[in-house]
Write a protein that binds this ligand. Structure first.
Ligand code: GCO
Ligand code: MG
Length: 409
């Protein structure tokens, strides 16, 4: 008998103090529901509106089996498309439908996609600190826990540096460029980062894979310089060397340096990946699944990358919900061109709210092999973790140079 969408609604929760949005699809079959990640942590309220005011009425009554057609028709139902709000809304629905399909088949989603070609997904985790010494100590601790891939970030003294505690969300209390509060000088950072890796290689040796995220904070000439300066330290990859607005400069970066390049967590239009893949200007594709519209577009991109020797490194920060991590993992397990999985460990509250969270062991993420995503959400517990107070409902704070000009995130 045809199973239909009975209702689509959003569940908000913040068990790790990060605003998550989960989409729940209830069906006409008793007890059968699906969960999807629609987390756009800087604009969660806009996503909820997009789901509940637009997709819910549009999709109520649809046959849950028709994932591709639901994706295609919902995608164009806004006429203008490919932005993070609508893509996240669509992702919530898309992932929830894959979850339902898996449950109906009695299979984990990776079985629907062709089955495992690896038993678990090697992950990278983050080490950071105020001084080189702290970063190396944190990395050493992670290595002792079995991790083999570590991303290193160090604070530029006194500056709001991505990936470190100094980047905490301080909000401007004056407007405009007159009195910058979160100061960041790209050139200071570009001089410091190679020294961190020199120190880390001395301290940690050669047997660990090291990664770094520029987080789009450098203009192209500085990014190219940094890429060259980092070459001796044999990085696994260098991430977001340039902002999405500057993808043309990847040709210059590629020509100048042999460093492995990862790019793409900020793209929301899948077509932006095409020149980078076709021209082999990157080695790893970074995709925040919910920001491009879910599993349906992501699996097509992964297949495209396979033909160009580009490997995957799906985005896995704390603002990917556990459902989003489960979707990342499902793809990691069944695609041949998997590269690495970024992973942010779940705290106990997150495990409690999302029973079935994938498990990390021996530096790898393991599925629980249950149907669908193999996960659920405890809604009454989720409700006990409301969004933390925030003057702008989660917005990213402005980072500025000393002269007051805004620096990209
Ligand atoms: C990463 C990312 C994140 C983003 C965050 C934005 O590589 O993990 O850059 O830390 O900054 O997801 O909300
Ligand atoms: Mg990043």
């Amino acid at each position: 008998m045809t199973v239909r969408i009975r209702n689509i609604r959003c569940i908000t929760t913040a068990p790790a103090d990060i605003r998550l949005v989960i989409v729940k699809i209830e069906t006409t079959e008793d007890g059968l529901h699906g969960l999807g990640c629609a987390t756009f942590t800087q604009r969660p309220l806009a996503v909820i509106e997009a789901v509940e005011k637009y997709l819910t009425p549009f999709l109520k009554g649809r046959n849950v089996d028709e994932i591709e057609d639901i994706w295609q028709s919902a995608y164009v139902s806004s006429y203008w498309r490919q932005g993070p709000v609508l893509n996240n809304a669509l992702s919530g629905v898309d992932m929830a439908l894959w979850d339902i399909k898996g449950k109906r088949a009695g299979m984990p989603v990776y079985e629907l996609l062709g089955g495992k070609c690896r038993m678990a997904a090697p992950v990278y985790v983050h080490a950071s600190g105020r001084e080189f010494h702290d970063v190396a100590e944190n990395a050493r601790e992670l290595i002792s826990q079995g991790f083999r891939h570590i991303r290193l970030q160090v604070e530029v003294p006194g500056q709001a540096t991505y990936g470190t505690e100094s980047d905490l969300q301080t909000h401007e209390t004056v407007d405009g460029p007159t009195a910058p509060q979160n100061i960041f000088e790209p050139a200071d950072y570009a001089r410091l980062a190679p020294k961190l890796f020199e120190h880390a290689r001395k301290e940690l040796g050669e047997d660990v894979e090291l990664l770094h995220d520029i987080h789009e904070r450098l203009p192209a000439p500085l990014a190219i310089h940094l890429a060259k300066d980092l070459e001796p330290f044999r990085l696994f990859f260098l991430e977001d060397a340039l902002p999405p607005e500057d993808i043309n400069s990847f040709r210059r970066l590629r020509a100048a340096s042999g460093i492995p390049i990862a790019m793409g967590e900020l793209f929301t239009n899948v077509n932006d990946y095409l020149p980078l893949i076709q021209e082999q200007l990157i080695d790893f594709i970074r995709v925040h699944l919910s920001d491009i519209g879910g599993l349906t577009p992501a699996r097509k991109l992964a297949a495209l990358c396979e033909f160009f020797g580009v490997r995957t490194a799906w985005h896995g920060p704390g603002d990917t919900s556990p459902i989003g991590h489960a979707a990342n993992l499902a793809m990691d397990l069944c695609i041949p061109n998997f590269g690495i999985q970024e992973f942010t460990r779940f705290n106990q509250a997150t495990h409690d709210v999302f029973p079935g969270c994938p498990d990390v062991r021996d530096g790898m993420l393991w599925p629980n092999d249950q149907p669908g995503w193999g996960m659920d959400i405890n809604e009454s517990l989720a409700a006990t973790f409301p969004y933390p107070e925030h003057p702008f409902n989660g917005a990213w704070p402005a980072i500025r140079k000393r002269d007051g000009s805004v620096v990209r995130p």
